[in-house]
Write a protein that binds this ligand. Structure first.
Ligand code: OMP
Length: 231
């Protein structure tokens, strides 16, 4: 089922809890919703944690038949990994390096600036050329999918084809409670791209149910609050 957990996902959740990236409590989201948990990727702030983060994204990419061709020696179905500013920039760098060092896959890497430069190389795009390329966008979290839609427009504007998105956490939320599908499903449907996550909310819930002892400071209310929020 979608909420069963693979070893690389277990490792990623344990590690995110250990470094304080994943926390339980009361948090106000970009959308204004109050969430009982928050994933702060900015706290992957050491060489060791970035190395482990890169490995987890690379494992999620390689596990996806939508992003790699499993019949053809795991050939990637994308040419360039694009990390939108700011948080996508280091993610794209560590994950493209991890794909090479761990799987021998050498894709391009590109990112954008938020402000255009008026000297030197100019422009807002840096790194591998995007025009005519199949692009995988990397980001940290999808809640409503707003950030991802901005990348889609940017890539369309330079003649690139966005083929997918890889994120650390799919919060499995709806943009509005009346929506029939989640924000991630709406991105897949509206943009026609694959969305792959290292973990999603149902898997986080399974983890809380099965391994509460691995969650620092958790008690029965932790799981209940996550269940209520998801419902
Ligand atoms: P959307 O652009 O609405 O999909 O929200 C995703 C963004 O919200 C992330 O890129 C973060 O800036 C922020 N966020 C987190 O980083 N972690 C969370 O657990 C939840 C959010 C959020 O505010 O929804």
């Amino acid at each position: 089922s979608s909420s069963s957990i693979q070893p690389y996902q277990m490792e990623f959740l344990e590690f995110s809890l250990h470094v304080g990236v994943l926390k339980f409590g009361s948090f106000t989201l970009k959308s204004g919703r109050i969430s009982p948990y928050f994933f702060n990727a900015g706290l992957f702030a050491t060489g060791a944690s970035l190395f482990q983060l890169g490995s987890a994204y690379a494992a999620a990419i390689m596990a996806s038949t939508e992003l790699v061709d499993s019949n053809s020696n795991s050939t990637p179905k994308f040419d360039v990994l694009f990390g939108p500013a700011y948080k996508g920039i280091p993610l794209g760098a560590v994950v493209s390096a991890a794909l090479y060092s761990q799987f021998g896959i050498n894709v391009g890497y590109a990112y954008n600036r938020k402000e255009a430069k008026d000297h030197g190389e100019g422009g807002t795009l840096v790194g591998a050329s995007l025009t005519g390329q199949r692009v995988l966008v990397i980001d940290d979290v999808i809640t409503a999918g707003t950030a991802i839609r901005e990348s889609y427009d940017l890539l369309q504007g330079v003649g690139a084809t966005m083929v997918g998105v890889v994120i650390a956490l799919d919060r499995a939320e709806k943009r509005s409670l009346d929506d029939p599908v989640s924000a991630v499903q709406a991105v897949q449907r509206d943009l026609g791209v694959s969305v792959v996550s290292i973990v999603n909310l149902p898997q986080l819930q399974t983890f809380l149910e099965q391994y509460p002892q691995l969650v620092p400071g958790s008690d029965e209310t932790t799981l209940e609050s996550v269940k209520d929020y998801r419902a």
